[in-house]
Design a protein around this ligand. Structure first.
Ligand code: NAP
Length: 408
């Protein structure tokens, strides 16, 4: 008979599903700084439906989204589970990246079988929606889209995770379990941003400005631009990151600490302050020219800091170019000088994770050994709260961090 609960260092026989599991859990009464919000608990292993699979998690990637889940802002994820998914568990199990082994599949599942070694992409949607099934809508844009391990409960910070089977992709066998869990969320997000918007995919020799070049998204973006033959320029805040970005393929690196014009644009009628801002942004533009060549502006700007940087991004992007943005880490109020925006026919494009095809295309680059997962730190299951705290304080090492989960 199956044991009720296995320890993290115990082997769980293939296909055997215990009743309970260890999980790192966030509850509403613990919302706040990640180091306090996460706590190890024993909870029930979830059931799966016909289109789903249960995966034994070997390693779980650490991403910024579960800092937001820990804080309970901008959304209370426990409430989202309760109201949107009718999940009355009263907790949130985060974790939007995993490597592991398929332990159970639903009746409709054809793409994987028990025993397959997989990585998980975090895009979920209503797989039975007629428009999605007919290919009429990009599923990651469909209203039913929700990120597994964030908006959808039972992510990878537990011994077992519940996923839609289409989220599963082959894991790179040339990598460790930890490396395999490090790259998918940030990599597929960066891939859609750089390769997903017609007319503005990276072409040979394109200059692409990458904010947070040594971060999770940035380290993937630099490599994708490099692989597409483009010329990535990285922005960082600390000189210790310069060599790291250059090794990944950046043709040059700009330290944002050398500039002071960050944040919302002063009102255009406030001439003195506005002119001061223009001086700052032009100096930043010159720093790009010093690397790319005089008059050469980025055709694509890879954005995620948001409020602090979007005025600069929209100003320095080339005429007819695109600023593509997937987050607002520094704030959500984007200010743009519209005169430059319309006269120079620029595009400001929102982007959010990726669809199955984009996730698979990015995974293929990894399987082909063209992308490094940029694993910088691997911690134990009980340190999941601590590493989210480091990331929250922007004190985490370059690249991506993971936690081991099931060791046995
Ligand atoms: P990360 O590893 O912490 O990297 C972000 C980098 O941004 C930092 O290393 C920092 O680099 C830079 N940064 C921070 N504050 C900044 C500011 N005020 N101005 C300019 N640069 C700043 O995080 P990540 O994994 O890359 O994620 C970044 C953001 O994207 C998070 O908000 C995350 O939730 C979001 N995200 C969204 C999606 C999506 O699908 N929508 C997917 C992945 C991530 P320097 O200090 O060196 O400049």
């Amino acid at each position: 008979m199956a044991k009720e609960l296995y320890e993290l260092n115990e082997a769980i026989p293939l296909g055997e599903i215990p009743k309970k599991m260890h999980a790192q859990v966030i509850r509403e009464d613990r919302f706040g700084e990640p180091k306090k919000a996460f706590k190890r608990e024993v909870v029930d292993v979830p059931d799966i439906n016909a289109d789903e699979a249960l995966v034994l998690v070997k390693a779980a990637g650490i991403n910024y989204n579960n800092i937001w889940a820990a804080l309970g802002i901008p959304l209370n994820m426990v409430e989202v589970h309760r109201k949107v998914q009718n999940d009355q568990s009263g907790f949130h199990i985060g974790g939007s990246d995993a490597s592991g082994i398929v332990y159970k599949v639903g009746a409709n599942v054809k793409n994987v079988k028990i025993g397959d070694e997989v990585v998980v992409h975090c895009g979920t949607w209503d797989v039975n929606n007629p428009d999605i099934k007919a290919g009429k809508v990009d599923p990651i844009v469909h209203p039913s889209n929700a990120i597994w391990g964030y908006e959808v409960n039972y992510g990878s910070f537990a011994q077992f995770t519940k996923v839609q089977a289409h989220q599963l992709l082959p894991r790179p066998k040339h990598m460790s379990w930890e490396e395999s869990a490090a790259y998918m969320l940030v990599g597929a997000t960066a891939y859609r941003m750089l390769m997903g918007f017609k007319e503005h995919t990276v072409r040979k020799d394109d200059v692409v400005l990458v904010w947070g070049g040594a971060g999770g998204l940035g380290s993937m973006a630099i490599q994708i631009v490099r692989e597409m033959g483009g010329r990535p320029i990285a922005v960082i805040s600390d000189t210790s990151k310069v060599d790291y970005c250059k090794k990944l393929g950046a043709i040059g690196v700009i330290n944002r600490k050398d500039f002071k014009h960050w944040g919302m644009i002063p009102h255009w009628k406030d001439t003195d302050k506005y002119n001061e801002w223009v001086k700052g942004v032009r100096a930043f533009g010159k720093a790009i020219w010093d690397i790319a060549g005089k008059g050469v502006n980025p055709r694509i700007v890879f954005e995620h800091p948001g409020e602090a940087t979007i005025p600069t991004s929209t100003y320095v992007v080339e005429r007819g170019g695109m600023v593509v943005i997937c987050a607002g880490t520094s704030g959500y109020t984007a200010t743009v000088d519209l005169r430059y925006h319309w006269m120079h026919q620029k595009r400001l494009q929102g982007s959010h994770f990726a669809n199955d095809e984009q996730s698979a295309a990015f995974n293929q680059l990894v399987l082909d050994k063209r992308i490094d997962p940029c694993l910088s730190k691997s911690v134990s299951f009980d340190e999941i709260g601590d590493v989210h705290q480091m990331m929250y304080e922007n004190k985490h090492p370059h690249g991506n961090m993971v936690s081991t989960v099931q060791l046995g």
